[in-house]
Design a protein around this ligand. Structure first.
Ligand SMILES: Nc1ncnc2c1ncn2[C@@H]1O[C@H](COP(=O)(O)OP(=O)(O)OP(=O)(O)O)[C@@H](O)[C@H]1O
Ligand SMILES: Cc1ncc(COP(=O)(O)O)c(N)n1
Length: 267
């Protein structure tokens, strides 16, 4: 069985972060492992507190895994502070880790700053050069490049700038666009459009976490990079289509829809 690691924050309500990543790994039939960078107190209504895990304990978690287990792909999510980012980058280089998916998580859907403002440049300088693929949403692409994005032309411009920062592929997500939820993949020479209807739901908590974990799972399973992204897009679209309400706010996506369908179980 292929083995995939998530390096991310914990979401107590299970819709995003480490919890969404591990559910996505299981649904893809890969073995999931986790290095926790921060613990958040959050639910469908918002994020109420964050405690960063010390850089030393992050290093110890990474060493415990890489000293013992071969890792087929890594997904990086919430990294919150400079010391965390530097610790992760150092360890990934030390163990010559490949197949790295970086989701540059900055602000939660509920508006909480999950990446400290002074850590943005460190993420750009330390993690983007190590990334096989980076998956910013529109606001993250704007923050990374300094470009205001209002059109496809500007998405392409931003992708080109981000590609020069080091990742082999750039996927700018269109979840926050008006109209269709179309994503754009750039490999340094050409663009591939990944279209999807916009599903009418408020339950999109953790969609970016899920998409990046699905990409990492597919890469680990040996699909080509473009195929990995295409399949992950199908996965997130299905997961959003069957998302559901828990709590009073933005609910989670459905990771086990295909399994439920096969077994005849209902939510
Ligand atoms: N309503 C929707 N209908 C269909 N696809 C959607 C919808 N909302 C988001 N998506 C898709 O979900 C994926 C994640 O995109 P999104 O822009 O929501 O990422 P994000 O803002 O980083 O997510 P998050 O921070 O919540 O984890 C993309 O493939 C996007 O196109
Ligand atoms: C630990 C953690 N990681 C990532 C997100 C982003 O997800 P969303 O934008 O849906 O709130 C989150 N809320 N919490």
């Amino acid at each position: 069985m292929k083995k995939v690691l998530t390096i991310a924050g914990s979401d107590s309500c299970g819709g995003a972060g480490i919890q969404a990543d591990l559910k996505t790994f299981s649904a893809h039939g890969v073995y999931g492992m986790s290095v926790i960078t921060a613990v958040t107190a959050q639910n469908t209504k918002g994020v109420f507190a964050v405690q960063d895990i010390s850089p030393l304990l992050i290093i110890q978690q990474l060493e415990a895994i890489f000293d013992d287990i071969t890792v087929d792909a890594v997904k990086i999510g919430m990294v919150s502070q400079i010391e965390t980012i530097e610790a992760i980058a150092k360890q990934l280089k030390k163990y010559s880790v490949n197949n790295i998916v970086v989701d540059p998580v900055m602000i939660s859907k509920s508006g909480y700053h999950l990446l400290q403002s002074d850590a943005k440049n460190s993420l750009i300088m330390n993690l983007l050069p190590l990334a096989t693929i980076v998956t910013p949403n529109l606001m993250e692409a704007e923050a990374i490049t300094g470009i205001k994005i209002n059109s496809l032309k500007e998405i392409k411009e931003a992708s080109t700038i981000i590609h020069k920062m080091g990742p082999k592929y750039v996927l700018v997500k269109g979840g926050h666009l008006e109209g269709e939820a179309t994503d754009l993949l750039y490999d340094g020479s050409s663009f591939m459009v990944l279209p999807s209807e916009r599903i009418k739901t408020k339950n999109t908590h953790g969609t970016g976490c899920t998409l990046s974990s699905a990409i990492a799972s597919n890469i680990a399973k040996g699909l080509g990079f473009t195929e990995s992204v295409k399949e992950a897009k199908k996965y997130i679209t299905t997961a959003i289509k069957h998302s559901f309400s828990i709590g009073k706010g933005v609910g989670p996506t459905h990771h086990f829809y295909e399994l439920y369908k096969k077994s005849g179980l209902n939510l």
